[in-house]
Design a protein around this ligand. Sequence first.
Ligand code: ATP
Length: 282
Amino acid sequence: MEHALLLQNVSKTYEKFQLDNINLELPKGCIMGFVGENGAGKSTTIKLIMDLIKRDSGEIQILGQDNKGDISQLKEHIGVVMDECCFPENMNWRHIKQVMKRLYKTWDEQKFCSLMEKFSLEEKKIVKEYSRGMKMKLSIAAALSHDSKLLILDEATSGLDPVVRDEILELFLEFIQDEEHSIFMSTHIISDLERISDYIACIHKGRLVFVEQKDELLSKYGILKCGEEDFSKIDKSIVKGVKRNSFGIEALVEKRKVHGNHVIDAASIEEIMLYFIKESKI
Ligand SMILES: Nc1ncnc2c1ncn2[C@@H]1O[C@H](COP(=O)(O)OP(=O)(O)OP(=O)(O)O)[C@@H](O)[C@H]1O
């Protein structure tokens, strides 16, 4: 299987934080959602992918090419949207269009203009006068208006209202329709990922806690509800997180491995993530 993005044993240490041995593989034609609590290491990972900061160890390949060295050709095929807008504050989108035309050989002016219209961004307004949502729309439109084969998005949909988010998720789904286009996106909006992603990677305190196909996550895990006595008989290696309350125990378990008659409810992606990173293990 060809991959759009490959991280092998990637590590980075700051004084008070360590990104520890990250392994990720995003197959071409797929969307991978990257989730985790504030400060878990999502932006750091994305900056390492973009080679904006130096990794201490490991390998990173984008579209089959090492992300270090001469990546001028590769940049044509990567669309990046970071959580901060990186266009000059005193430009309107007409100016930005001219700049992008010079930066990308594959710049598609018509596509950009039609997205500006679709997103209702006024021609004369300068970036300084944009709301956060408007800045995000502008950045997403620019990333989609050259020959991007991989979109890398860091919290790109977080400032957008539900209607615009819905439109953008549709654009993302259109974008990956052929096997050549892929998306790696970090977000706190798990419902967006439930809707569009093929894979979910979850990071906690600098370590990956799972990377799985979304459908496999949903079919693999369930929430077991029982009392202490029944729970004591459950193999703890299949338990990923436990919550205790006055009614008994709720535990995220690998449901195919539970034997006997038990109540096991479906778990959402958000619940799976929370049990993995927040709840106790025993
Ligand atoms: N340049 C830096 N120097 C030292 N520490 C840093 C630096 N950049 C980030 N960190 C630390 O790395 C950790 C991970 O930060 P990062 O921005 O990757 O988290 P995140 O998962 O993107 O969080 P959020 O969801 O809040 O955006 C944090 O503890 C942060 O303080």
